[in-house]
Design a protein around this ligand. Sequence first.
Ligand code: AMP
Ligand code: FES
Ligand code: ZN
Ligand code: ZN
Length: 308
Amino acid sequence: MKCTVCRGPAVIDVRRHNSAFCPDHFVKHCQDQVRKAIHEHHMIEPADRVLVAVSGGKDSLALWDLLAGLDVTADGLYLGLGIGDYSDESVQHARAYARAHDRALHEVDLGADLGFTIPGAAEATHRSPCGACGLSKRHLFNRFAVDRGYDVVATGHNLDDEAAVLLGNVLRWDVGYLGRQHPVLPASEGFARKVKPLVRLGEREMAAYCVMRGIDYQVEECPMAVGNRHLGYKEALNAIEDRSPGTKAAFVYGFLERGHHRFAEDVASERSDLAPCTSCGAPTPDGVCAFCKLRDRIERAPSDQGTS
Ligand code: AMP
Ligand code: FES
Ligand code: ZN
Ligand code: ZN
């Protein structure tokens, strides 16, 4: 296998691009895809203060590294979710990268700073951990960015993540989620801009990028997510992609080019109908925001739950 660019020995093929790359040209391929995504969707302007949500996994560490390669200096934010050894190990990877590359890493610990953990929240609410986890992450990333004056929050969602979420939304024809599914959510009153610069890169490419750049990451998947619906969608898409390389990219990019605007109109007015949460001040449609409602439910649950 030869590098498509320089004809030297290739170490990875990217079937959907009909290409193979040597290490240097693979890194360049990843940078080009991130640059293209940022440019195409106006994700980051030169003067923006950027916060990267860093989980210690391959995607967000690769994102932090790729942004630096494009001269975007970003600070990191790690959220301690309290998921046992998985969280303890994840933070070590995030810290190690920050130390080695002399980057600022902020840390917020759900247990110590907010009095609950994700396993505790799942137990107290009798709901899936991933629901409470996603809600808490979205709320806390935004709150941290707004409080500290960051213009943009960048997350490591990749092409596989976006394709799986899109498939789930289409299978249920969830028009609200389809209207909000986009690699850029613009800033508005009380909200920082949210961007997903890895939307043009797959999971396998991100793992390879970390290996080639010598970035040590949390290899384990979250133990609470095992068997969830989202992973089932990823497996189904991988089976299709294997037979027809390029399907995931066509699915996601086609939606962004030709489908998204049809759903976006329905949700366009949503953000103008918000008022500050009466408890924490975050913009919300219903008086008290979903995050404060979650915390309230956890506090009212029997005392052996909520912090385990
Ligand atoms: P996930 O929801 O686990 O698929 O993660 C999607 C993205 O959210 C990651 O690429 C990170 O950018 C961010 N993220 C997930 N977990 C954390 C965490 N514990 N702390 C900071 N950012 C996170
Ligand atoms: Fe959120 Fe696993 S990372 S439930
Ligand atoms: Zn090459
Ligand atoms: Zn609130």
